[in-house]
Design a protein around this ligand. Structure first.
Ligand SMILES: C[S@@+](CC[C@H](N)C(=O)[O-])C[C@H]1O[C@@H](n2cnc3c(N)ncnc32)[C@H](O)[C@@H]1O
Length: 302
């Protein structure tokens, strides 16, 4: 499996990937504007963007949250991201750290963003950490791909190199299996799908994307030419090369009461849940938790 450094040591490889997605998307808004319209991050005061990459997300934002914390394991990415948000009127903090061990206190943020990065982590570990730094009721937004993303591109490469195996990032944390992992730590888990596919009209941009992938970075000039002519044939015939999209954002909320999702999951029976809530009331000395739990009890009794 490619290492993070080989993929993201500098922003160039990420740029090749973003270029294909931004130039050839068919959705009228494009990925980042769609994401902003869907998530509206500026409504949250304290926002953490983990695995922020080169900051393209924020370059596409009309307004920034009041306080934005950017985290990435790659110093090169952080530098570029910092340049893109400088002078935008927000308090921006950049931190070189991993999602597995965030150097922030519990409940420090109102929203956490983890776009196209949880598949580089051990998701249960990273998700527990994201939950820890979120305040109660805080929101998680984790974009990722599903199994069908870029299927036609992977097919083109397979014709050229039958031994090629497409990267299995989506198997680590994808749109299809991510929600269940998120639900282990969060409640109100939903998937917002980005209804989009690519119509590529420039085979060079496709080759640049393919060369940015670890498995195909060593394509010979001859292989590149073969791929290009395969893509060009389709572009000539159909006016474009169609590449399927399968991307979206998993949204979730940090439970008001950290124990509530477990109770709801484990106790289908309302009366049994009440007993559990009352037990937690007696055990939990946190005034806020007690107050919220009283609300829960009242709601369950209605
Ligand atoms: C595909 S890029 C996504 C960048 C950005 N979130 C976006 O959507 O444009 C993945 C980013 O995650 C970073 N990354 C990978 N593993 C990480 C980890 N464990 N903690 C923090 N960042 C990580 C990489 O350095 C890279 O910048």
């Amino acid at each position: 499996m490619p290492t993070r450094d080989s993929l993201y040591g500098t922003p160039d490889k990420l740029l090749a990937r973003l270029r294909l997605h931004t130039e050839f998307a068919t959705h009228p808004l494009g990925w980042f504007p769609w994401w902003h319209e869907t998530v509206q991050p500026a409504r949250f005061a304290r926002v953490l963007d983990v695995g922020c990459g080169d900051g393209s997300l924020w370059a596409a934002a009309e307004s920034l949250p009041e306080r934005l914390t950017l985290v990435d394991t790659s110093p090169g990415m952080l530098t570029r991201a910092g340049e893109r948000v400088a002078g935008r009127g927000s308090e921006v903090v950049r931190v070189n750290a991993s999602a597995h061990a965030l150097p922030f206190d519990d409940a420090s943020f109102d929203a956490v963003i983890a776009n196209h990065m949880l598949y580089h982590t051990t998701p249960p570990r990273a998700l527990a950490e994201l939950r820890r730094v979120l305040s109660r009721g805080g929101r998680l937004f984790a974009a990722t791909n599903g199994p069908d993303a870029m299927a036609e591109m992977h097919d083109l490469i397979t014709v050229l190199r039958p031994s090629y195996r497409r990267p299995h990032f989506h198997e680590v944390f994808g749109l299809h299996n991510g929600p269940a992992m998120v639900a282990q730590h969060f409640e109100d888990v939903r998937v917002e799908r980005y209804p989009n596919h690519l119509e590529v009209t420039d085979s060079r941009a496709l080759i640049d994307y393919i060369l940015s992938m670890e498995a195909t970075k060593d394509l010979t000039a001859e292989e590149q030419a073969q791929l290009r002519s395969g893509a060009d044939a389709q572009i000539t015939e159909h006016g474009h090369l169609r590449i399927q999209g399968d991307t979206g954002v998993i949204t979730a909320r940090a439970a008001q009461n950290p124990w509530a999702p477990r109770i709801l999951e484990e106790q289908p029976d309302v009366e049994a849940r009440l007993v559990d809530v009352q037990l937690h009331l007696r055990l939990d000395r946190d005034v806020d938790v007690v107050a919220e739990a009283v609300g829960d009890v009242a709601q369950l009794r209605e």
